[in-house]
Design a protein around this ligand. Structure first.
Ligand SMILES: [Zn+2]
Length: 222
């Protein structure tokens, strides 16, 4: 598939960067590309021999939303390559001109059929030689019941202690879930230790794990 070639996907669990040696023709005029060093110390760039256009091979930007439903983190089992059959949180690529937050909200709706809100940045995940930079948000489920829609074969709801660590799709899935679990734990620790504060009581910090766990049952599997 074209996408596999673009990502240099090699059967491992993550799309990798392949120096774009497959790019041969100018996007503007169709002329042949030369690889040229335009500035000393920088990577060679694709420069069109006919019109002089320089094509910069940029990273791709994706967003992912981690949110809970019924006491567990909502995850999807991928029905497409790369990482077919592996678990991810809802997310996808940011369109040009779209904000990452809007992309995250849109992807959760397209992939899991839910509306999320209260997005809060968890972290940004990038790896040497990987094409994709992933912006991960912690979010709150506002409406809808999660279900597997676009590109997924199954939806799962996993409490932190039952996250399928050996079956996660990407390094960013693993690292962001680790950070999420730690963050939620730290938040709950802080809120348990803090003495009641009248001024803060009206606006408690968001704590999705505690809120959802209190309502959730033992049905944490799939
Ligand atoms: Zn050209």
């Amino acid at each position: 598939m074209a996408q596999d070639r673009l990502f240099g996907y090699n059967g491992a669990v993550s799309p990798r960067f392949d120096d774009s040696s497959g790019y041969r023709f100018c996007l503007i005029c169709g002329g042949p590309y030369d690889l040229k060093v335009l500035k000393e110390g920088e990577r060679p760039r694709h420069v069109c021999r006919s019109c002089g256009h320089t094509h910069y091979v940029d990273p791709k930007v994706a967003t992912v939303g981690i949110f809970q439903s019924n006491g567990g983190i909502v995850m999807l089992r991928r029905g497409i390559e790369p990482a077919y059959g592996k678990w991810v949180c809802p997310g996808g690529f940011v369109e040009r001109g779209e904000t990452p937050v809007d992309a995250c909200v849109r992807e959760s709706e397209e992939e899991a059929g839910v509306k999320i809100g209260d997005l809060r940045l968890l972290n940004v995940y990038a790896y040497p030689d990987h094409v994709v930079i992933v912006i991960v948000y912690m979010a709150r489920l506002m409406s809808g019941v999660p279900r597997a829609l676009d590109e997924s074969m199954e939806v799962g709801v996993f409490p932190p202690e039952r996250i399928p660590w050996d079956d996660l799709a990407f390094p960013s899935t693993r690292d962001s879930l680790r950070d999420y679990v730690e963050t939620v734990r730290a938040d709950s620790h802080v809120s348990k230790r803090s003495p009641p504060c009248p001024s803060a009581a009206a606006d408690p910090p968001p704590n999705p794990l505690v809120g959802e766990s209190a309502r959730g049952g033992e049905d944490g599997g799939r």
